[in-house]
Design a protein around this ligand. Sequence first.
Ligand code: APR
Ligand code: PHB
Length: 395
Amino acid sequence: MQTQVGIIGGGPSGLCLARLLSLANIQSVILERHDRAYVEARIRAGVLEQGMVDLLRKAEVSERMDREGLVHSGITLTFDDRFERVDLAGLTGGKHVVVYGQTELTRDLYDAVLKDANIQVVFNAKDVSPVGFLDDRPNLEFTTGAQRRKLRCDYIAGCDGYHGASRAAVPREMIVEYERVYPFGWLGVLADTPPVHDELIYSNHKRGFALCSMRSHTRTRCYIQVGLDEKASDWPDERFWYELCTRLPARFSDAMVTGPAIEKSIAPLRSFVAEPLRFGRLFLVGDAGHIVPPTGAKGLNLAASDVHYLSTALVAFYHQGRTDLLKRYSQVALRRIWAAVRFSWWLTSITHKFGSDPIEHKIQLAELDYLMSSTAGRTTIAENYVGLPFEPTFV
Ligand code: APR
Ligand code: PHB
């Protein structure tokens, strides 16, 4: 088999990259470890920055998002029985975010990719192994059924998430990995109940963090901070809703409509960055190169900027023979990645319970009180939440 760009992983990063390349007439093959149903069933965050929205429009997969996505121009922070609205649009010159689940977005991408003559998807590709990328002879070896196969390509995009094969194939001495694992997780519940508020609520409570989000006007997505030793089965629905309500001011807990969970799971929180993101002809993209805690919903939006930069660089190579952008990819992508790593870490640090010493909570309340009293403080949250701009000189 042969193609121009070999893509490992058919999650949002790999699918979106393949679409943008195809629209520039560049061919790719996606090797995905699982089948379509498995990839689409994963429930992840659902807040899209303008950069991601623009990218989906450019990839010509935005029709349903443009119709069904919920435009949010503010978020609410609650702490110490206070609730404060951060006016995202008013503080950023009219910017907003769009609430649209990653599950839906992945479905839209597959609908387009599987009809696209420039893209071939190999599902159930096992034991994918990128080789030769350091000496200009990149190949992807993989197994389908009982057959070991080889895909020759010009470049490899590692879009295979945190546990993928691409980062693992890099010689250890060429890569530095920065990591922080947080001492808690998020227990998430999806339910067919109306959201308690028309915007997202991030709550700092002395019992721990809580978040009320949504997927639509009739589907709620909520989270509470839990210990790392806890299991979803420790949390029957009534216990979850009771704890969530306890962590919210009365005006929200009184209005909460509860219902049976249609999904319930615990996710750990991690900050992780690999440097660099390019190794010869192999590029790391999205979760393969970095992870952020979900506070602030930056994970998918960082994948968007990586995909934007890499697709721009590959188009410049195939259409104009330029390699300058491919050489700059890692440095330019990492700048925005570190900015989001910092914001997600900071928002986590002022909203979660880290230990049992009550002074920590008091200091968090003082910081939130200060931020809310200051236009500069509110603006710093709003600017980062709607998303920092992509590098304008990367063209
Ligand atoms: N071989 C082939 N495919 C693989 C391999 C492998 N060795 N390992 C993982 N994959 C596939 C997974 O099955 C998955 O479909 O790669 C895909 C990676 O998808 P994601 O983990 O969703 O990562 P990405 O596409 O970068 O999406 C951006 O940012 O913060 C998150 O929620 C956000 O999932 C989103 C991500
Ligand atoms: C979600 O809707 O799943 C969500 C929203 C905002 C976050 C994290 C997750 O910060």
